[in-house]
Ligand binder design. Structure first.
Ligand SMILES: [Zn+2]
Length: 243
């Protein structure tokens, strides 16, 4: 991370005096290139050293491996809208109780985001939120997902009584009805991932009228929380970032 630390003044001066000028960094820094490809440079928490370590090339200039490398992952973005009451629950923090024991306290919205991310991670792709530029290299890489108390009036004209989520005809986004799904986070995540899948998987020959196996089943019903993208759906998702 780039930042200032206190008490660095003298050392800093010494460094400037003693060290001969460094050659300019190569323009094709493989670490930064890989980070840019993965969309991580847009991440305010981007940590160059930690990221370089994941490449296994902390000091060398070898090109990053493209096979199964976490940095080669395709990235999708969901622009997420949620009820007002959820917005202040996007946190994950350690708390210490009166006995000195530490607990991880994860807010509702953060749990939902984690649930969505896990479904996409299972397919071998990254999911980010409200960061379209991170998915700019991914075909059909962004989706506008809105969790609402219930469907909007216009959408209600189109949905069946059993429908839990809805994707607009142009597939730019959609809605999930909280009233219909309930407040169980794995179900909310599964329905949201299903709807986003309508955009991300558009063009995939393995779907009939937009639906298929796994999480893309027409009827999710009971047990939807266990659904995932099927291996062929996942392979298609991974292919969308390689251009
Ligand atoms: Zn559907």
């Amino acid at each position: 991370m780039v930042g200032y630390t206190t008490g660095m003044g003298e050392e800093w001066v010494q460094t400037i005096i003693d060290i001969p000028p460094q050659p300019a960094p190569p323009p094709n820094d493989p670490v930064l290139e890989a980070a840019a490809a993965a969309g991580l440079l847009c991440d305010p928490n981007f940590d160059y050293e930690a990221f370089a370590a994941t490449l296994g090339s902390n000091t060398s200039n070898q090109a990053p491996s493209t096979a199964n490398s976490p940095v080669a992952r395709t990235t999708f973005n969901i622009n997420l809208r949620v009820p007002e009451a959820w917005r202040k629950t996007d946190y994950s923090r350690r708390t210490v109780d009166e006995f000195g024991d530490s607990h991880l306290d994860v807010g509702f919205l953060r749990q939902l985001k984690n649930g969505l991310r896990a479904i996409f991670a299972d397919a071998g792709v990254n999911l980010v939120f409200d960061n379209p530029s991170a998915a700019s290299n991914t075909r059909n890489g962004s989706y506008n997902l809105e969790y609402r108390e219930d469907f909007s009036g216009a959408v209600k004209l189109f949905v069946d009584k059993d429908d839990l989520g809805f994707t607009y005809p142009d597939k730019s986004g959609g809605q999930v009805s909280i009233e219909r799904v309930g407040l169980y986070i794995p179900d909310l995540a599964a329905v949201g991932a299903h709807e986003a899948g309508h955009r991300f998987l558009s063009g995939f020959a393995g779907l009939k009228s937009g639906h298929g196996g796994g999480i893309m089943a027409r009827q999710l019903g009971r047990g939807i929380r266990y659904d995932r993208f099927t291996p062929d759906q996942a392979a298609y998702l991974r292919s969308l970032g390689k251009q």
